[in-house]
Design a protein around this ligand. Structure first.
Ligand code: KG4
Length: 345
């Protein structure tokens, strides 16, 4: 049988990425990040879309080259249709449409968040494998935590996912980034807070935790509590942050991880599910990864933690999701628009 080659394209935020998958195995995954946003302490949408325009052709070329295939061999093109920054998405969507039309092959639209969840199903070629690649079995729970989302997803199949809990205000990554900004640290704050937290005392400071029903999250109160506490401490010691940045980072990280894990545990207990995965940029966090291993021991969970390269935005997760949709012949019309927030169609 002819192999199925899927080209995945991701451009929903500030990473331009392209990946090639053959029959479910990853051949290449190339990502160009955008350093231009560092100076602004956050992603500037207009600059992001311009950078995508510059990056998309070389990134796709590199992905095909690394995969060792010609574009004519592609079976379909999978692309992130949303949610994300509209200007950024438009670059990937337009490129995917143009390439698919010129090659006369189908297009598969991918929900970015489904991509994060299905990153757990990316398989490496036998010679590239670094360890056991176990995949979760359905149904499982996935904690999806990134700069824009904090959700508990009940994953019933490759295409049937139900969000059973989500943030009612800020996302976990957003809260970390904002607290890091308040401390005058760099952007994005997540990796910086993670590094500092390893040298700090997680019980040094206490910040307020939300008290909301069900499996939903809230992080805006914590952000405010962090800001107000810091302001008070700075009145007594103008160098408070410098003197305590490790403890502040460790205490902040612990609070966020506790909030995330408590609701996840509640959902796992109520639904009697023992297979629990984590996905999204914040899943790179050491404290959160440790908490997953700890909960696995304590509650008999089987946990799935993605390799670092699949935690942040990447096209491999888009290509694998596209591959499953391709097998179902779930194609998307040329007229399908990008969507920034609500899933269309
Ligand atoms: O999934 P992602 O790459 O895309 C967006 O949602 O934009 O997630 C990015 C988020 C940022 O908030 C970043 O600070 C956070 O993931 N992040 C981390 C770590 N690495 C990235 N948060 C905590 N610890 C980390 N090691």
């Amino acid at each position: 049988m002819k192999p199925v080659y899927i080209l995945g394209i991701e451009s929903s935020c500030d990473d331009t990425s392209a990946a090639v998958i053959r029959d479910g195995f990853l051949l290449s995954n190339v990502t160009a990040s955008q350093a231009v946003h560092e100076a602004y302490g956050g992603v500037v949408p207009e600059l992001a879309s311009r950078a995508h325009q510059q990056n998309i052709v070389p990134v796709v070329d590199a992905a095909l080259k690394r995969a060792g295939i010609e574009r004519e061999q592609l079976s379909a093109i999978a692309f992130t249709r949303g949610p994300g920054l509209l200007g950024s998405l438009l670059v990937g969507v337009s490129f995917a449409k143009g390439l698919a039309a010129s090659l006369g092959i189908p297009m598969v639209d991918v929900n970015h968040l489904h991509g994060h969840v299905l990153a757990h199903f990316i398989r490496s070629l036998p010679q590239e494998k670094k360890g056991e690649e176990e995949t979760p079995s359905f149904p499982f729970l996935c904690l999806l935590v990134s700069g824009g989302n904090s959700q508990i997803v009940l994953v019933k199949s490759y295409k049937d996912m139900e969000i059973i809990g989500q943030t009612i205000d800020d996302a976990a990554g957003e809260a970390i980034d904002k607290c890091s900004k308040v401390m005058g640290l760099g952007y994005p704050g997540g990796p910086i807070i993670d590094k500092l937290a390893r040298q700090g005392n997680p019980d040094a400071f206490t910040f307020s935790k939300p008290n909301i029903p069900g499996y939903d999250y809230s992080f805006s109160g914590l952000k405010t509590s962090f800001l107000y506490s810091l302001r008070n401490w700075l009145k007594d010691d103008p160098d408070f942050i410098e003197h305590h940045k490790e403890d502040l980072a460790a205490s902040l990280e612990k609070t966020i991880v506790d909030i995330l894990m408590k609701k996840l545990r509640l959902a796992a207990r109520d639904l009697k599910i023992k297979q629990v995965a984590v996905a999204g940029g914040v899943s790179a966090n050491t404290g959160l990864r440790n908490a997953f291993h700890d909960y696995a021991r304590r509650y008999g969970w089987k946990v799935f933690i993605p390799p670092f390269s699949y935690t942040t935005d990447n096209a491999a997760m888009i290509a694998i999701t596209g591959y499953f949709k391709y097998l179902d012949k779930d194609f998307c019309p040329m007229s399908a628009p990008a969507y920034s927030r609500v899933a269309a169609g």
